[in-house]
Design a protein. Sequence first.
Length: 259
Amino acid sequence: MGQRELIINVDDIGLHEGAVEAAMETITRGVAASGSVMVLCPAADAALDLLTDHPEVPVGVHLTLTADFPGALWLPLTAGASIQEDGHLLGIERREQLLAQAVAGEVKAEFRAQIEVLLDAGIRPTHLDWHCLADGGRDDIFDLTLELAVEYDLGIRAWTDHGRDAVRSSGRTAQDRPFLDSFAAPVEGRLEWFLDRIRELPDGLTEWAMHPAQPTSFDGGSDVRAGDHELLLSAPICQALDDEEITVLGHGDLRFHRP
């Protein structure tokens, strides 16, 4: 068997207070190796304050164009008319409308502004990825995000063939296959399901996008998030990774091709 490498990244840091605490715990005490911050969300300031106090924790920007919860009024940082309505991001249920109408230049300006939030806080991001839009949802959105990654000297998550090919062409290391989103995993029998995924992990570079958080009444994904929190701290997961001789990486390790 060849070398097996696994990025374990914690998405949605800043989504709410419970997501901040759980993310930090799973990176500092669990098997997660990097995370991604949502700078437009209610707990973004709490996340940035905590990360400023823990510069050893590698985090990127979880680029956000949609709001998650009914009635959530998440404000974009820029004035692009194609990515908002009445001054707020569109809800996740209107994702297809967003992708149909979003103007590339306005998306790039918003993404740049979100990157600058981390830099202004004194946090050097490791990479870029997207919230609820795999590879940005469109090839041109992926391409403009890759341009920002090159400009800011950052890594980037890639899911589609287009994205992985573009990342390799830019001189960065790309995943060898689409990443596993933890929301696609079953809630029942979750531990055994992930242990099976570890045992069956193929050669090359794989990524898991995990979403740990403490439960909240307004988050419909709380069962998945609580399961991820438990998984990433669990002794059986840690032991299985060791037994299978899998190298766990964070996105900060992947900016450029390695020897």
